[in-house]
Design a protein around this ligand. Structure first.
Ligand code: HEM
Ligand SMILES: [Cu+2]
Length: 557
């Protein structure tokens, strides 16, 4: 008698009503479903934050424009930045970690599945709380208002005197709640990776993505509680008459900056290390070569994380620190470029002499290399203290971090979507549409963010709602705004691609890319227990060994 395989997603049974299916998702503790929900929620917030950015670009298309009020503009950049960091970057990357880690290490689920579901819903409620500020921000005073103090919420702007109403309280609480979610997820990642690897998978055989997520989880646990602590202090200031950040009562506004950036700089690495992970999985498979220098990649990852804890005050060169402190933080910042450069070198070394296939995931990975290199270089320029004195808080900085965050993290996320979508949904995304998405996005990114370096050098400060004509800013701002429709078109095309492929995409099979890590061994989509039989691991490329017993991976170590 043949056994009928268990249904893959029992709640996707067509006979089920919509309510029943939604209920199935809402109560799920399956890491794959939680991962997909994390990513989906993050992408919805991506669209919202993108709309906020579009409004800002429309306002800045010409001098003395009045699409937004000054106050509205402040709310837009605050909500845009906060959303992109906490409600897009974090959940999408943690979502990929959730989906992939157990599959990659040959486990049936995360170590703590219920905690995992708890983390997801904390994040969702935190996000809703932040956005509820549009309605509840000013309570009975008016029509409500979002926070307007910037994503780093510098004091004394956040004190009661300057932030009347409750918008700032929604910012504090929304981020705090979703932050607790991220911390639980980090604990889960660490426990899963340390305790649940399949037989044979030693630490040095783990896929690099898993190494990077382990490092990210540790960074989350070290950095995020500092932000939470600072936010508690701010709440005490606002509600119980404490004076931590109140300079008129011997409090210190600089203290907030130190606490914020002690979290804030590691945070940017939390947002980029998973992207390094995607790239480190994709480049070898599409170059048909084993990753160049695996142990060095691990060492570079750990040292980046370590050094990133000691560079925070490069965001504070303009507050008037003593010269020796400026020098110290400049030096540590230069230092971090060394392991980062090693990674660049190893990715290129992997491509070197390979049989490269430019399918969409690889296109995005290559785009990542180019854009991230550019963003990293402007970062090093900003770490030169006198250079930063000129350009801090100018559009140059805005250009820098969009190259690393959009050109880096988001391009890598797109690469990951195209690479792992067939695994999660069993169908391929359309290649031609994917290539269009890539080129539209590259054109859009360059048009929007490259000119910002110019307007910044010419002296345009960031976070201004308008500018005077005749200072040379017009042309660069015009070009920037012209790039926006390209990005919108790219995102729309991806949405159409996903919807079409879910219905009628080519069936993928378990291993459409001829890859080597364990997630490609099981069915697409994987059954709820992931693997019918727990796999074993013989090297860093277990599937390679099974496909090529005559030429085992150990030949390449
Ligand atoms: C070689 C690596 C990097 C170096 C040397 C570097 C250096 C710097 C410096 C010195 C600043 C402060 C500029 C100022 O405010 O005056 C800055 C800002 C920033 N960087 Fe980087 N950076 C690097 C990589 C990254 C990465 C990988 C990310 C994120 C994925 C990132 C995200 C940001 C953000 C978000 C800001 C602006 C924060 C703000 O003021 O709102 N950077 N960077
Ligand atoms: Cu930094």
């Amino acid at each position: 008698m043949t056994t009928v395989p268990a249904p893959i997603h029992s709640t996707s049974d067509p006979r089920m009503g919509l309510g029943e299916r939604l209920h199935g998702w809402a109560v799920s503790v399956d890491h794959k479903r939680l991962g997909i929900m994390y990513i989906a929620a993050g992408l919805i917030f991506f669209v919202i934050a993108g709309l906020e950015a579009t409004l800002m670009r429309l306002q800045l298309i010409a001098p003395l424009n009045d699409v937004l009020t000054p106050q509205g503009f402040n709310q837009m950049f605050t909500m845009h930045g906060t959303t992109m960091v906490f409600l897009v970057g974090m959940p999408v990357l943690l979502g990929f970690g959730n989906y992939l880690i157990p599959l990659m290490i040959g486990a049936r689920d995360m170590a703590f599945p219920r905690l995992n579901a708890f983390g997801l819903w904390l994040f969702v409620f935190g996000g809703i709380l932040l956005y509820y500020s549009w309605i509840g921000g000013d309570g009975l005073y008016g029509l409500g208002g979002a926070p307007d103090t910037g994503w780093f919420a510098y004091s004394p702007l956040t004190s009661k005197a300057f932030s009347v109403g409750h918008a700032t309280d929604y910012w504090i609480l929304g981020i705090m709640v979703s932050g607790f979610g991220s911390m639980t997820t980090a604990i889960n990642f660490i426990a899963t990776i340390l305790c649940m690897r399949c037989p044979g998978m030693t630490m040095m055989r783990m896929p690099l993505f898993v190494w990077l997520m382990l490092t990210v989880a540790i960074l989350v646990l070290v950095a995020l509680p500092v932000l939470t602590g600072a936010q508690v202090m701010l709440l005490l200031d606002r509600f119980l008459g404490a004076h931590f950040f109140d300079p008129q009562q011997e409090g210190s506004v600089i203290l907030w900056q130190h606490l914020f950036w002690f979290f804030g700089h590691p945070e940017v690495y939390i947002l980029v290390l998973p992207a390094f992970g995607f790239i480190s999985e994709i480049i070898p498979v599409f170059s048909r070569k084993v990753i160049f220098g695996y142990p060095l990649m691990v060492a570079a990852t750990v040292s980046i994380a370590f050094i990133s804890l000691g560079v925070w005050a490069h965001h504070m060169f303009v507050i008037g620190m003593p010269p020796w402190l400026n020098s110290l933080f400049a030096a540590s910042t230069f230092l971090i470029a060394v392991p980062t450069g090693m990674k660049m070198f190893n990715w290129i070394g992997t491509m070197w002499g390979g049989r490269i296939r430019f399918d969409t995931p690889m296109l995005f990975a290559t785009g990542f290399l180019v854009m991230f290199l550019f963003g990293g270089l402007t970062g090093i320029m900003l770490a030169v203290v006198p250079f930063d004195w000129q350009l801090s808080d100018s559009y140059f900085v805005v250009g820098h971090f969009h190259y690393v965050l959009f050109g880096g993290t988001i391009l890598a996320v797109f690469a990951a979507i195209f690479y792992w979508f067939p695994k999660a949904f069993g169908r391929m995304l359309s290649e031609p549409m994917g290539q269009w998405t890539f080129w539209l996005l590259m054109i859009g990114l360059t048009l929007v963010f490259l000119p910002m370096h110019m307007s910044g050098i010419l002296g345009m400060p960031r976070r201004v709602y308008t500018y005077q004509p005749g200072r040379g800013f017009e042309i660069w701002n015009l070009i920037s705004t012209i790039g926006v429709p390209f990005q919108i078109a790219a995102v729309l095309l991806l949405v159409i691609n996903v919807v079409k492929s879910l219905k009628s995409g080519r069936v993928a099979g378990p291993d459409p890319w001829d890859a080597w890590t364990l997630e490609w061994e099981t069915a697409s989509p994987p059954p709820s227990e992931n693997f019918r039989k727990i796999p074993t691991c013989t090297s860093a490329r277990p599937l390679w060994d099974r496909k090529h017993p005559e030429d085992p991976d150990s030949n390449y170590e």
